[in-house]
Design a protein around this ligand. Structure first.
Ligand SMILES: *Cc1c(COP(=O)(O)O)cnc(C)c1O
Length: 380
């Protein structure tokens, strides 16, 4: 298969370093629209809660098949405000994956609730629905699955557990823009769905950004109140809200980039297919995509027993890699209060010792992918 990217016409020297991530090709692909958007907002004199935000919210909701989207300041706020809108209160428990970026857990803590970790399926790295029931207590209020690395979690099974126990479901979609679950877009599979538009995410702003998608008009209205000081009418405050708004510049940039997201996701899928093909049979654990699912390929994560040596060898050859993530949330000093120890979540702990994310971005060339494959095969 050949993947000649329309985004990266440059031909790099055969031994030039390969960065872990290069955001320039995506900017160049949308440059005219992005630059026009920046100037339009600068000249408008209107910077918050205006027409740019409304236009992006409409477009983004439509792109994920949800009735509505509320822009907020970042992905962590999207999660925390969505939990609050769903009624999560101090003293409640929310079930989270034991292996996720710590923001998932922090959003629960920000509501005064307790994150209750559940181990992943060791093949898909996503929350194992079979393990959820054992973690449910009378204080459990919601389930918070994550579509880790861009692969959709098993939402039918997770929603079934939630329905059986009367729980709400919020999914953390920060890594899963344009991912597909059994023919349905991620972002319309739960009570609410939280997004990050952090610059390195698959749809990234030029600064921080986030959003919540959903169908229930009452929940979406509550989110708009919570993000704006708890106020529907200026200077009238119904609840103790926050200041968490997606500003007009970021909304305009995101709207300019959104039309290219689908093609860029297809490009990621082509690059991932090349990596899977080229690394088949190598002594590595490769990502698994179950039937019926289309990953967004935010990250291409392999597992290796001697991960640190593999990473060092690739670095020696100028190939950038990262570890997502080196320390599981239950072993972070920030969560010492929960009193977990080594061995409490063995699947997650083994992953954190073994995972390595290889370079993959829209605009990466076939030659770069081939070099990564050769280097990994030689070093693994
Ligand atoms: C990036 C990320 C977040 C947080 O998003 P920010 O916009 O950085 O606050 C939450 N959850 C996951 C899984 C993420 O990858």
């Amino acid at each position: 298969m050949t993947t000649t990217s329309p985004l990266s016409p440059r031909t790099a020297a055969a031994d030039a370093p390969i960065p872990f991530l290069d955001l320039q090709p995506v900017y160049r692909a949308a440059q005219a629209a992005i630059d026009a958007a920046l100037l339009r907002v600068a000249g408008s004199g209107w910077f918050l809660l205006g027409e740019e935000l409304k236009a992006f919210e409409r477009a983004y909701a439509a792109s994920v098949g949800a009735a509505d989207c509320a822009g907020v300041a970042n992905g962590l706020d999207a999660l925390a405000l969505a939990l609050q809108a769903l009624g999560v209160e101090p003293g409640d428990e929310v079930i989270v994956p034991s292996n996720t970026y710590i923001a998932t857990w922090l959003s629960v803590s920000q509501c005064g609730a307790t994150p209750v970790p559940v181990e992943p399926d060791p093949q898909t790295y996503n929350l194992d629905p079979v393990r959820i029931a054992a973690a449910i207590t009378p204080r459990t209020r919601a389930l918070l699955p994550v579509h880790l690395y861009g692969l959709p979690a098993d939402m039918d099974a997770i929603n079934a557990v939630a329905a059986a126990h009367g729980l709400k479901v919020l999914d953390d979609c920060a890594q899963a823009h344009a991912a597909i679950y059994k023919g349905r877009a991620v972002g319309s599979l739960a009570d609410l769905s939280a997004w990050s538009f952090y610059p390195g995410k698959n749809l990234g702003a030029m600064g921080d950004g986030g959003g919540v998608t959903g169908d229930d008009p009452a929940l979406m209205a509550q989110l708009r109140v919570l993000r704006n000081y708890g106020s529907k009418v200026k200077y009238h405050n119904e609840v103790k809200g926050r200041n968490s708004r997606l500003d007009e510049i970021q909304a305009a940039v995101l709207a300019a980039k959104l039309p290219l997201l689908q093609a860029q996701t297809e490009e990621r899928r082509g690059l991932a297919a090349m990596l899977l093909d080229g690394l088949a049979g190598a002594p590595l654990q490769l990502p698994v995509v179950p039937q019926g699912l289309d990953s967004a390929w935010h990250l291409f994560v392999v597992q290796h027993d001697d991960r640190d040596r593999l990473q060092a060898e690739l670095a020696r050859q100028g190939i950038g890699t990262l570890i997502h993530y080196p320390v599981p949330p239950h072993r972070q000093p920030a969560y010492a209060e929960l009193d977990y120890g080594d061995g409490d979540f063995p699947i997650s702990e083994a992953m954190h010792r073994r995972v390595l994310s290889l370079p993959l971005w829209p605009g990466m060339t076939t030659a770069q992918v081939e070099r990564v494959i050769r280097a990994v095969r030689a070093a693994a």
